[in-house]
Structures are given as structure tokens and as C-alpha cells.
Write a protein that binds this ligand. Structure first.
Ligand SMILES: [Zn+2]
Ligand SMILES: [Zn+2]
Length: 269
């Protein structure tokens, strides 16, 4: 069984872990090392089970705890060359395993694939972790827009973590100056609830078991807005799995991911 740990998500920090066969991989470490440890302990994720840290990009809300954690745990950092270069001052002793469109990497029981995203960072990535047991988890956030590459990477996964950053009306009435609104909604910015719903409908397939909405704006979104926009669209598309909304301030209860197709086959036998 694969377990997805949502330790927290939002502009104040992002950190997830995916575990299979008792070995876990962190996806982003956007809290201090101490805070990642504190949050992991509340959901009984022992950090000595971590075999590597996958980083989507160098922004502090995704990478600020990475160097210390990599050093403390003695694990490699899997990320693009551009992100590694941007962080290299801090990463002196860590091992870098390159990730990119044509460069996948292995860590523990996972093969990690990646593709570029449209975001204002050095070489940002969306990532997909494929476990040996057949389950898979994709993480895509800080997306200015969903590119063909992201659609391709995120297809046929068991679980999708996708950005639902802002409600369009809440952004327009937020009081942010027009320039800031344009940056958030622009092609180097973030995905709205409506854009997330459209992409998820496109990505939906019968074995999609879990969707987690992530990186919600504190000022221009709420969990209720995001769920109200995405939930009905997904159900109309035939989604029968579980829809979760990541929180900024606390981890979600661990999410078990099973292969729906296999499960149904098992029940029928
Ligand atoms: Zn970013
Ligand atoms: Zn971010």
C-alpha cells in the first residue's frame, strides 16, 4: 500500500511525503527542518524512513528546509539542474540526482518522473512518483498554466496533488493592486479553482483514487470555495475517489492509496 502524507501546503510552506514498502520520499521541504520533523511526528511518519527529497523549485515555500534535512538525514536531493544551481550555496554536502523532462531518477521503491512548469523560478518541475507496487502520485503546483507536458506527466496516476490557488471572484475583490492580480493569474503565477477543475476533469480516469487540492491562497481562497468548484465537476466526470483539501497550518490524516482497478478485480474473484 502507498500512503500520501500532506504535511502542509500554501504560500507559507509546502511539504508532502509518499511512502511505499516502508520507505518514504519527501516532495518539497518548504518548512524549517524542525517544523517538518514536528509535523511528520504528528502523523507518525518517522524521518528515518525518508530515502530522498524531491524538490519542485527553489522558492522558500518549497525548499527552505531542504538543505538541513538532506544533511541531517544523509539523503539525496532529486531536482532539476536549474533548481540545484539556485540552491547550491546551501547544498554543499548533499548528493544531487538530476530530474528533468528526459531524466528520471530512482529512489527507494520509486521511479520519479518530472516535467517543466510555467512558473517564475529557475527550472521548476511538476513530479510524478511511481511505486514498484503499481500506485503513483503526481504533484503539480505553482503552475501559471497547465501545459501539455504537465497534462502528459499527470495522466493515469492513482493520486493527483494539484494547485487550486485562488477563487477568481475572491482575487478580483481582494484589494490587491491590478499588477499583483495579473502576476498571480498570469502564465508565471498560479492556477485558479476553475482551471484546476478543468484540468482534473481532463485527467480523470477510472483508477484515479485520490485528489488533493493544494497551495490555496490565504487571501483569495477557502477550502469551501475550492471544494465547491472542483468537487461537482469531478463527480460529473465520474470520479468516485476521495477529494481532500490540503491545509497550511496542520497535516492531514495520512491518505491510503490503493489501486481501484486491482481492488475491484480482487473483490470480484
Ligand atoms: Zn514558487
Ligand atoms: Zn509556492
Amino acid at each position: 500500500m502507498t500512503t500520501l502524507y500532506v504535511l502542509g501546503s500554501g504560500s507559507g510552506g509546502n511539504c508532502f511525503a509518499v511512502e511505499s514498502e516502508g520507505i518514504a520520499v519527501l516532495v518539497d521541504a518548504g518548512f524549517s527542518a524542525r517544523e517538518v520533523e514536528r509535523r511528520a511526528s504528528t502523523v507518525e511518519l518517522a524521518l528515518d524512513r525518508i530515502a530522498g527529497i524531491v524538490l519542485t523549485h527553489e522558492h522558500g515555500d518549497h525548499a527552505c528546509g531542504a538543505s538541513r534535512l538532506a544533511r541531517r538525514l544523509g539523503v539525496p536531493v532529486l531536482t532539476s539542474s536549474g533548481t540545484w544551481t539556485a540552491l547550491s550555496r546551501h547544498m554543499a554536502t548533499a548528493e544531487h540526482r538530476p530530474l528533468g523532462l528526459c531524466t528520471q531518477a530512482e529512489v527507494g521503491p520509486f521511479v520519479v518522473q518530472a516535467c517543466p512548469t510555467s512558473h517564475d523560478a529557475a527550472e521548476p518541475l511538476a513530479v510524478a512518483l511511481h511505486a514498484r507496487e503499481g500506485t503513483s502520485v503526481g504533484v503539480a503546483y505553482d503552475l501559471g498554466r497547465p501545459t501539455t507536458a504537465v497534462r502528459y506527466l499527470m495522466r493515469n496516476l492513482s493520486a493527483v496533488v494539484l494547485e487550486a490557488n485562488y477563487d477568481e471572484v475572491a482575487l478580483r475583490t481582494s484589494g490587491y493592486p491590478p499588477s499583483v492580480q495579473h502576476r498571480i493569474a498570469g502564465s508565471g503565477g498560479h492556477l485558479s479553482n476553475r482551471a484546476a477543475a478543468e484540468l482534473l476533469v481532463e485527467l480523470h480516469h477510472p483508477d484515479l483514487a485520490v485528489v488533493v487540492l493544494a497551495h490555496l491562497s490565504r487571501h483569495c481562497n477557502t477550502a469551501d470555495y475550492a471544494r465547491a468548484t472542483v468537487g461537482p465537476a469531478l463527480r460529473r466526470a465520474g470520479f468516485t475517489g476521495k477529494l481532500h483539501v490540503a491545509a497550511q497550518d496542520m497535516p492531514l490524516a495520512p491518505i491510503r492509496i490503493e489501486r481501484i482497478g486491482k481492488l475491484q478485480l480482487g473483490l470480484a474473484l
